[in-house]
Design a protein around this ligand. Sequence first.
Ligand SMILES: NC(=O)c1ccc[n+]([C@@H]2O[C@H](COP(=O)([O-])OP(=O)(O)OC[C@H]3O[C@@H](n4cnc5c(N)ncnc54)[C@H](OP(=O)(O)O)[C@@H]3O)[C@@H](O)[C@H]2O)c1
Length: 255
Amino acid sequence: MITKSDDRTFSGHVAIVTGAGSGIGRATAVAFAQAGAHVLGVGRREKPLKDTAAIDGNIEILAIDVCDDGAPAEIVGAAVRRWGRLDHLVNNAGATAVMPLAETDKKVVQDLFALNVVAPSLLAHEALPHLRETSGTILNLSSTYGHRPMAGGAHYAATKAAVEQLTRSWALELAAEGVRVNSIAPGPTRTDVMLHAGLSPEAADDMYAYERERIPTHRIADAEEVAHWVLRLAEPAGRHATGQVITVDGGLELV
Ligand SMILES: NC(=O)c1ccc[n+]([C@@H]2O[C@H](COP(=O)([O-])OP(=O)(O)OC[C@H]3O[C@@H](n4cnc5c(N)ncnc54)[C@H](OP(=O)(O)O)[C@@H]3O)[C@@H](O)[C@H]2O)c1
């Protein structure tokens, strides 16, 4: 559920959110915009991006594949040309795959790494000169499965483990320059991510029911609850936190 707020924490800031046409990315784009930021929402499909932009007038969109050659420069350039600065890069676009070792497929492995690891790296590289100017932040979406094993999803888990190490290493590299780098690691969150991975709606429902039983709070998060933590790490009041992976999973990582 998306609610209106009077919060102007990010007034004058500029944020890029990848994967802004659905799920956690849409909730994050809307939350930034409602807190005063100008937001460039990025994704491949224009229609869902337009639906996100229709929620708040502070959101503009760019339909592009983040894995394409030249995409990082185009995305960062679009935000900086439009608003003259960049304060926050949210590397949220990502995908998962159900793929036991016995069914390992080279293209699936390559595509997962291209989207979940290579594209965020090149976007962060392109954004860096602008983030240095604003003492900006990079937020990388990991997963609770970035730091616990996932039977049947090893390569997804491996991409998110890579994201967590990028986060910690870049944070250390950039701390003295005032650029902060953090990760949010959600547990199972109700979005279309499993449908995008090829599961039927029934199989996705079964998966969420199974996870709900295992999660100590016995609930599945909604996307806004994850976006909340993205903003808490990005906001100026969070300035002493860098290199952190904040797990938002109802305690799943504890069991
Ligand atoms: N939902 C969960 O349970 C969960 C748990 C842990 C971590 N996460 C992580 O949270 C992030 C968001 O996931 P979500 O659950 O919100 O899933 P989602 O609804 O499937 O969102 C993924 C978004 O990424 C965009 N995207 C995919 N490939 C892209 C590409 N090549 N270029 C540009 N945009 C692309 C998609 O839009 P287009 O198809 O239009 O491009 C989509 O809007 C992901 O990194 C995911 O791994 C999710």
